[in-house]
Write a protein that binds this ligand. Structure first.
Ligand SMILES: NC(=O)c1ccc[n+]([C@@H]2O[C@H](COP(=O)([O-])OP(=O)(O)OC[C@H]3O[C@@H](n4cnc5c(N)ncnc54)[C@H](O)[C@@H]3O)[C@@H](O)[C@H]2O)c1
Ligand SMILES: [Zn+2]
Length: 402
């Protein structure tokens, strides 16, 4: 006879994402107010900072120090801040995680203490993983410094490291204590990274919000010129859509098989793995969006006009539609790995019109291969071909499209 005890835990998480400028200005109360929410004492904070951010904002650590001096009743620093190499490399092994854990140990930080991570999505992923696993979870304040981190990677509930040759093989679900999107950091971001982050805005608009897509399309030239007003508006709307999905779609910790926010990502993740990070995440996502857009069109779910609009938006933002790695990709393997990562049955998000997603459980492989061939005709090298060859290529593309 088996005996049984039932357990039910109900935990609700709440955190805010703040948007503003110059959070370390000593007159800015936000950070001090956030810390004092957890009690009237000086809270210990370990800063973990992306090396790329430190290099382009050399005054940053001095500013943090100045803020501490002005708010010493609420903030106690674990000096010096820990600088972590920025970019995908920091996710490739445990060096950075070990260094953060070591600081947490040597500064005797506890579950009441804070890790404040300042950086791109990669450093936030690493710091988030380290904070979530030391003492089974310290409080994490994220300060994303790239477009992609401010509109997507930094505002969600998970972290990740790459392992076993797979993207984000290791990681936990761990909502942050708070997120602060400070636009001051974006001023130093290289154009390639500014653009790459916009791919996530296109992605979420395509699956959820036609009016946001129209906003991006109408303002694509301002966005391509990095006009601050349009860039900040697109970040705000993109973050809001991501948060809305995570908060209201009923599966914040992704127990189900479908993951619409990963539209365009099944091939993107594989392309990132194949190119060892030389293609940026956002660039890979743009290529993944192009592929799945074309596929959705051939399946009759998207018009040629809509496909054209999507390609035009990506192109005018300066994002790629194709990479030769796509032609070398084992598409079945890429889909299988995606399914494995999500768990359960295959559920690939496709488009059923702009702003409307649909989950498909079966992929028509010959059609998908044909879509890759069609995109290959838009190879970046193709732009350098003589005009007569380009016209032939374009005719072939149109013919392939049927
Ligand atoms: N956890 C999640 O939910 C989630 C979601 C989406 C993406 N991600 C992850 O995010 C990562 C990509 O993040 P990313 O696009 O922010 O790039 P990144 O973190 O790889 O950073 C790109 C480069 O920019 C530098 N940098 C960062 N901020 C800068 C600034 N303000 N000025 C100058 N240089 C700066 C970094 O040092 C790095 O060299 C990927 O690993 C991806 O898997 C995570
Ligand atoms: Zn992404």
């Amino acid at each position: 006879m088996m005996r049984k005890l039932d357990q039910k835990l109900q935990i609700s998480y709440q955190f805010s994402v703040f948007f503003g400028r110059d959070v370390f200005d000593p007159r800015q109360p936000l950070l001090a107010d956030l810390l004092s929410r957890t009690g009237p004492k000086a809270h210990r904070v370990l800063y973990v900072i992306d090396s790329g951010v430190v290099a382009s904002h050399p005054g940053l650590t001095g500013k943090i120090e100045g803020y501490r001096t002005a708010h010493s009743r609420t903030m106690e620093l674990c000096d010096p801040p820990l600088i972590v190499p920025g970019g995908e490399g920091c996710k490739s092994d445990f060096t950075a995680v070990d260094a953060i854990h070591e600081r947490i140990r040597s500064h005797r930080l506890c579950r009441q203490s804070f890790v404040a991570a300042i950086g791109g999505g990669a450093v936030l992923d690493v710091a988030g993983y380290a904070a979530a696993t030391a003492h089974r979870g310290l409080r994490l304040i994220r300060m994303p410094t790239t477009v992609l981190a401010q509109n997507d990677a930094g505002i969600g509930v998970k972290n990740g490291l790459n392992g076993m040759g797979r993207k984000n093989f290791i990681g936990t679900f761990a909502p942050p204590f708070a997120v602060i999107n400070d636009s001051i950091f974006l001023s130093s971001l290289p154009p390639r990274h500014l653009r790459a982050g916009m791919a996530e805005a296109v992605k979420v608009a395509l699956i959820k919000d036609k009016s946001f897509f129209n906003y991006l399309y109408t303002n694509r030239h301002q966005l391509a010129a990095f006009e601050p007003e349009e860039v900040e508006e697109s970040i705000h709307r993109c973050a809001a859509l991501h948060m809305d999905h995570i908060g209201t779609a009923g599966d914040p910790f992704e127990f189900g098989s479908a993951r619409p926010l990963d539209f365009g990502h099944w091939s993107a993740h594989r392309l990132e793995e194949m190119t060892a990070g030389s293609v940026l995440h956002g660039e890979a996502v743009a290529i993944g969006i192009a592929l799945d857009t074309l596929y959705s069109m051939h399946k009759g779910m998207l018009s040629e006009y809509e496909r054209g609009q999507i390609f035009r938006l990506l192109t005018d933002l300066g994002l790629p539609l194709y990479h030769p790695g796509l032609a070398e990709m084992d598409l079945t393997q890429a889909l299988n790995r995606f399914q494995e990562h999500l768990g359960g049955d295959l559920a690939v998000t496709m488009l059923n019109g702009i702003g409307r997603k649909v989950e498909v459980a079966r992929i028509d492989l010959p059609l998908l291969e044909s879509c890759v061939r069609q995109l290959a005709l838009l190879d970046p090298d193709y732009a350098n071909l003589p005009i007569s060859d380009r016209l032939t290529g374009m005719r072939q593309f149109q013919e392939e499209l049927g």
